[in-house]
Design a protein around this ligand. Structure first.
Ligand code: TRP
Ligand code: SF4
Length: 400
């Protein structure tokens, strides 16, 4: 609806590992250079599953933010904040709950999946059922249109889009909407209003998605249009009322190429991680003891890199020549597995070096991180407040 805005959150799981780095953080670092970005710690979301261990939250929050910064997430490019320090998220969550059909929440696939997966916990709670709605509030409150997430979060994004649509449908009606929209079209000037009408027809009559996109960018460029006219024209394009909340799109991160030490997904719960804070001795030990293709019992036995988790690491860390050397050497039993692992150890150490130094810097002076977050929270609060003003108004709450 407005210029592109990226938002993503991470539950505070404490210090991060190489899976987070290659799967998520590098993507964030890339995005922060192209878009306005907001990245936050979803500490309330942590409580939906860990409400009985509140003592772990705080340390996990700060460790995670330090790791973001050390990995290269840059507070001069992106806004970094903590969910619970922007109380408007909870206000929007409450207001949205008024119009959220219970069945929609019960049908989000992660609801039953996670309950089954974490069966040692009692997740028959109101808060856990509301998990996706809280996430919707996180996104909608900033009118973020791009949300980088993994595949597992797609149902939450789809749910959020439905909430936004329902909200716009219920609260986006205004008296004389059509006339106001027609007047707003005239304000575009004759050439652009003609183009707007053409694109709107193409979309409404033929479902032409390209025309919709083009019309949207036409509107985004119209700096002189007032905010409410712009909302009207966005809504009018699709035939609805005024568009108050933007429907976000998932920016799929793509499965991380970084597997764990045992070839499964890298995850704390599988105990197969290398932490961003791992010391060099331990990195070396973990790689040296990694399992390899079981066919290579003796050094003279040929192997197949496709059956070896070490090869996956080469795909992330090694250049073409090294990869060739592995392929040939492994298949012809010309190299030993320890030889093969050696460039991986060097590559991880080289990658970790500067990250580790930055972690030290932030650990030595905790005020650095506190200040960055305080700054980010202030910015986030301002942005959230802008949307909340509109929302309170259409929900009949703007009296004093
Ligand atoms: N549910 C997300 C996860 O588990 C974390 C999250 C919370 C989030 N709020 C969000 C992600 C808003 C993107 C946008 O990974
Ligand atoms: Fe794996 Fe390398 Fe050994 Fe082949 S040589 S089995 S790729 S560690």
């Amino acid at each position: 609806m407005f210029a592109d805005r990226v938002l993503s959150g991470m539950r505070p799981t404490g210090s991060l590992h190489l899976g987070h780095y290659h799967g998520v953080l590098k993507n964030w670092i890339h995005l922060q250079q192209q878009y306005e970005c907001l990245f936050f710690v979803a500490d309330w979301h942590a409580l939906t599953t860990h409400y009985d261990t509140p003592e772990i939250i705080e340390q996990n929050v700060w460790d995670m933010v330090v790791d973001w910064l050390a990995a290269g997430v840059d507070p001069s490019q992106a806004t970094l904040f903590i969910q619970s320090k922007v109380p408007a998220h909870s206000e929007l969550y409450l207001l949205l709950s008024m119009m959220t059909p219970l069945g929609w929440l019960e049908r989000v696939p992660t609801y039953k999946d996670q309950q089954e997966k974490l069966s040692d916990k009692d997740l028959g709670t109101y808060g856990f059922l509301g998990y996706p709605l809280l996430q919707s509030a996180d996104i909608l409150i900033y009118r973020a249109n791009l949300v980088p997430v993994g595949e597992d979060q797609v149902p939450h994004l789809e749910f959020t889009r439905e909430i936004a649509r329902r909200f716009n449908h219920i609260y986006g009606k205004e008296l004389g909407f059509e006339e106001k929209a027609e007047q707003a079209i005239k304000k575009l000037g004759s050439k652009k209003s003609k183009l707007y009408n053409e694109l709107r027809n193409l979309y409404q009559e033929q479902g032409d998605g390209g025309a919709l996109e083009e019309a949207r960018s036409l509107l985004t460029e119209q700096q002189s249009l007032s905010l409410s006219d712009r909302e009207r024209l966005f809504g009018y394009l699709e035939g609805g009322g005024k568009m108050i909340l933007a429907e976000p799109e998932a920016l799929l991160t793509g499965a991380s190429k970084m597997p764990g030490l045992d070839g499964q997904k890298m995850s704390k719960s599988y105990d197969n991680t290398i932490s961003l804070r791992e010391d060099p001795v331990s990195i070396e030990k973990k790689i040296r003891t990694m399992p390899t293709d079981p066919a290579r019992v003796r050094r003279s036995d040929p192997g197949d890199p496709n059956k070896c988790p070490v090869w996956q690491f080469h795909m992330v860390y090694s250049n073409h020549d090294t990869q060739e050397w592995v392929q040939q050497g492994c298949r012809n039993a010309q190299i030993g597995c320890l030889d093969c692992k050696s460039p991986i150890i060097s590559a991880i150490l080289a990658e970790q070096g500067p990250i580790y130094e930055r972690i030290q810097k932030y650990e030595e002076d905790p005020t650095l991180v506190r200040n960055i977050i305080a700054d980010g929270c202030e910015k986030a609060n301002k942005l959230a407040e802008e949307t909340m003003r509109d929302i309170r108004k259409v929900m009949g709450l703007n009296y004093s």
